[in-house]
Design a protein around this ligand. Structure first.
Ligand code: AMP
Ligand code: ZN
Length: 488
């Protein structure tokens, strides 16, 4: 039984797919005007854990992610520049080139973090006609109005606007007003209203712009995600035409907590206004990665990138371990000490897997003790199914490791298989650990040394060990017996 914290219900709920064993999963993708920072990547790791947990529970997952390559403005109040056009000017490149470059960089990063690739990746610029079709429907139903700079959604027309935040319309408006650092356009009827279609500024030629029934311009950020959801998971499009009556509710939608009050609230507003149906069944949000003083952000000027870690010899998977070791709904404070500890834990995990492989070969002659595998499997599944409690799931594998080294004749092969089963969720690439292939002369020396040790010929055994080491290998006498690795 999988329980997930649903932001909409404000509590943990049992998750069941809406149809059979199939799950539609939508995760908001990157705005591709710069490299993803570790905060963004924390959110993508949390979403990856969710997806892996769904698969682990036997569900079939259709995972859709958008790429925001247009329409995300530097301010959430529909003012400011388009982030991608701004970067294009700065780097003196075309907006298309910028978007393409950072999209590729993003995929390289998620691959390094062993994040499973979505089944469908949809670039916002490929669905402009669909955006227009949905906006037309909103216009027909009376939810829109025009200002000098675009077509806006009138949030006062929707009776439960803002429900994802748990605040009513007045309270949400007050909160946004209090938190707003910039001037709100006087043409907006309500502070919570947002642009569906923005006109290209007069006297400025945008690189990315399209004609529409309302004028030349570009879509708002929130309409893009609504459309891509409805197109690939909500069955609401025939070709490029929006058919509101056909829309079906989607299982899960995720993102970082910053998206609750504006981006996701506005996605819900647009879709539910025209379909009169629940848009998303489960909303999941990940907490922030923080530096001691504040959140990590591109706009906060404190972004740390994955490449920065690699330059200091930390592996991307050490960062993945760090994220796994905290629950996705608690803020995670980033520090080099914490990363160092994660790298050490990861190395220890790899050593353990190596030992399992090494001693599975050696154990043929040993008496193999059985242990209750199901007890570990149960504890592990209970942990991940309790709202993705990965710190608890990690504790289960460390318990297994302790038990393995404490009782010297546990079946290594069984423990190895169990560790790999857990890694289907951890994604730490434990399966990449392979035994080194030893040259024949080393193999011979090892068995000679084993024999000498059995006969308690310690001086002889030591002499052979020195020979092995001279040939570039290292003998480690562990609690389970001697192990040979390559010298670094
Ligand atoms: P963006 O590329 O800005 O659209 O953000 C991509 C994802 O990263 C979104 O789901 C954000 O909510 C999330 N995000 C942004 N900053 C942080 C942070 N400091 N910690 C965790 N997630 C973040
Ligand atoms: Zn989105």
């Amino acid at each position: 039984m999988l329980k997930l914290y649903n932001t909409l219900a404000k509590k943990k709920e049992i998750f069941r797919p809406l149809k059979d064993k199939k799950v539609g999963l939508y995760t908001c993708g990157p705005t591709v005007y710069s490299y993803a920072h570790l905060g963004n990547l924390k959110t993508y790791i949390f979403e990856d854990i969710l997806k892996r947990t769904l698969l682990f529970n036997g569900f079939q997952v259709k995972h859709v992610m958008n790429i925001t390559d247009v329409g995300h403005l530097t301010s959430n109040a529909d003012t400011g520049e388009d982030k991608i056009e701004k970067e294009a000017k700065k780097e003196k490149k075309s907006a298309w080139k910028i978007a393409n470059f950072y999209t590729q960089a993003f995929f390289k990063d998620i691959q390094k973090l062993n994040i499973l690739k979505p089944d469908i990746i949809a670039k916002a610029t490929d669905y402009i006609d669909e955006d227009i079709s949905l906006i037309k429907e909103l216009e027909k139903k009376g939810f829109t109005y025009r200002t000098s700079d675009g077509i806006y959604f009138d949030t006062s027309k929707l009776k439960d606007y803002g429900k994802l935040t748990g605040m009513n319309f007045q309270k949400l408006s007050q909160t946004l007003k209090a938190g707003s650092r910039i001037e709100i356009s006087p043409e907006k009827k309500n502070i919570t209203d947002f642009s569906l279609w923005k006109f290209s500024p007069k006297n400025v030629k945008r690189q990315m712009e399209w004609s529409s029934p309302w004028g030349v311009g570009f879509p708002g950020w929130h309409i893009e995600c609504a459309v891509i959801n409805l197109k690939f998971l909500g069955n609401a499009f025939k070709g490029k035409k929006f058919l509101p009556k056909k829309a079906t509710t989607i299982d899960i939608h995720c993102g970082g907590i910053d998206h609750i009050s504006i981006h996701h609230t506005n996605e819900i507003a647009q879709v539910e206004a025209v379909t009169n149906k629940k848009f998303i069944n489960f909303w999941l949000h990940g907490e922030f990665l923080k530096l001691p003083e504040k959140r990590m952000g591109k706009s906060e000027d404190n972004a740390i990138l994955l490449s920065n870690l690699e330059k200091t010899n930390y592996s991307p998977l050490a960062f993945r371990y760090l994220v796994l070791n905290s629950h996705y709904r608690t803020p995670l404070e980033f520090s080099l000490e914490a990363l160092k500890a994660s790298q050490e834990s990861l190395n220890n995990l790899y050593n353990f897997v190596y030992d399992c492989l090494w001693f599975s070969k050696k154990q043929k002659t040993r008496k193999n003790q059985t242990f209750k595998i199901t007890k570990y499997q149960k504890k592990f599944q209970e942990a991940v199914n309790e709202d993705l409690n990965t710190p608890r799931a990690l504790a289960v594998i460390w318990k297994l490791i302790k038990m393995y080294y404490d009782s010297t004749n546990i079946n290594s092969q069984t423990v190895y298989k169990l560790a790999l089963e857990f890694d289907k969720i951890f994604g730490l690439q434990l399966d990449k650990i392979k035994l080194i292939s030893l040259p024949l002369n080393i193999k011979k020396l090892i068995s000679q040394r084993d024999k000498a040790r059995q006969n308690k010929q310690w001086i002889k055994a030591d002499r052979i060990r020195k020979k092995i080491e001279k040939a570039g290998f290292k003998v480690e006498d562990t609690i389970l017996g001697p192990k040979v690795i390559k010298k670094i």
